[in-house]
Design a protein around this ligand. Structure first.
Ligand code: C2E
Ligand code: MG
Ligand code: MG
Ligand code: MG
Length: 288
């Protein structure tokens, strides 16, 4: 009896894995036509000055209207695209769209575009970025490329060369999702980033989790001493915004301040000049 159950379970898992593999293959093949069939869109989420709550730019986030499946999350299709290689095409597409869009915005507004580790390893990445800037007329210093630490783990000399070439173009490089994954502090020391983005997994628990707050404080402190401003993503409450302002965070991004939108609203979602954490707001005291 036990033996039968054991075998039954094994079969069940096999079937589940088959199903998952089939899904992946289907996503992979559907994705191949996504650009040409006009199923991809760019959503723009505002990034604001943490203190004044003025919009300083937007992050471009990919959306896929997959027929029969509705709006498909990047977390579902980006990993598949990275594995199959179609991320190269998708990444180039969003870079082009986002830069073209941003070129029409008022001058100082920046545009942040995520660059997959797969794209980052392309030998012609810098040429492609330069070409898109030329085509769209966007000033290089208005483009921010967001990379994660996963892009840094291979050949360090090559990574360094790529980062330096990109910065020479005048574009800014942001370390995205910092605090998760490999989070090697030496990455911050070794590589020339312009900004650090604190992962949203810390932000969500800031109010209640002293350890998360300590980590955010440490990242901001580290950023400051290395000359890199810090942006906190995933800010959903005014309390979270106040905490990160108090910790010295330069910019904020999150549902409190504006959701990702096909039509970037050029106005902040919250009133301007919200005072920074006055005394007696119930914010946990800062440990020293
Ligand atoms: P990310 O680059 O860290 O982008 C921020 C994510 O946080 C976005 O998820 C955004 O919608 C979400 N977010 C914004 N505000 C809040 C908030 O207040 N609370 C919470 N919980 N989440 C918030 P999204 O759009 O689903 O994208 C997920 C990830 O997929 C991105 O994380 C990025 O790693 C990847 N991705 C998205 N678009 C692209 C792209 O064009 N190229 C590449 N390579 N990756 C992309
Ligand atoms: Mg990002
Ligand atoms: Mg992020
Ligand atoms: Mg991410």
């Amino acid at each position: 009896r036990v033996k039968h159950d054991g075998r039954g379970r094994a079969c069940f898992f096999d079937a589940e894995m088959d199903e998952a593999a089939r899904n992946r293959r289907q996503i992979e093949s559907d994705l191949r036509h996504a650009i040409i069939r006009n199923q991809l869109h760019v959503s723009y989420q505002p990034i604001l000055n943490a203190q004044s709550v003025e919009i300083s730019g937007y992050e471009a986030l990919m959306r896929w209207h997959r027929p029969g499946h509705g709006l498909t999350e990047p977390d579902i299709f980006i990993p598949v695209a990275e594995e199959s290689g179609s991320i190269v095409q998708l990444g180039e597409w969003i870079l082009q769209q986002a830069c073209r869009e941003a070129a029409r915005w008022p001058q100082p507004l920046t545009i942040a575009v995520n660059v997959s580790p797969v794209q980052f390893m392309l030998p012609n990445l810098c040429e492609r970025v330069e070409a898109v800037l030329d085509e769209t007329g966007l000033a290089p210093d208005r483009l921010e490329l967001e990379i994660t630490e996963a892009a840094l783990i291979r050949d360090r000399d090559r990574v360094m060369a790529t980062l330096q070439r990109l910065r020479k173009l005048g574009v800014h490089i942001v370390m995205d999702d910092f605090g998760t994954g490999y989070s090697s502090l030496s990455n911050l020391r070794s590589f020339p980033f312009d900004k650090i983005k604190v992962d949203r997994s810390f932000t969500g628990v800031l109010e209640h989790d002293a350890a998360a707050r300590s980590i955010v404080r440490a990242i901001i402190g580290l950023g400051h001493s290395l000359g890199m401003p810090v942006v906190t993503e995933g800010v959903e409450t005014e309390m979270q915004r106040r905490i990160v302002v108090e910790e010295g965070c330069a910019q904020v991004q999150g549902l409190l301040l504006g959701k990702p939108d096909i039509e970037p609203s050029m106005k902040p979602a919250v009133r301007k000049n919200v005072p920074a954490a006055p005394a007696g707001t119930g914010i946990p005291p800062r440990r020293r």
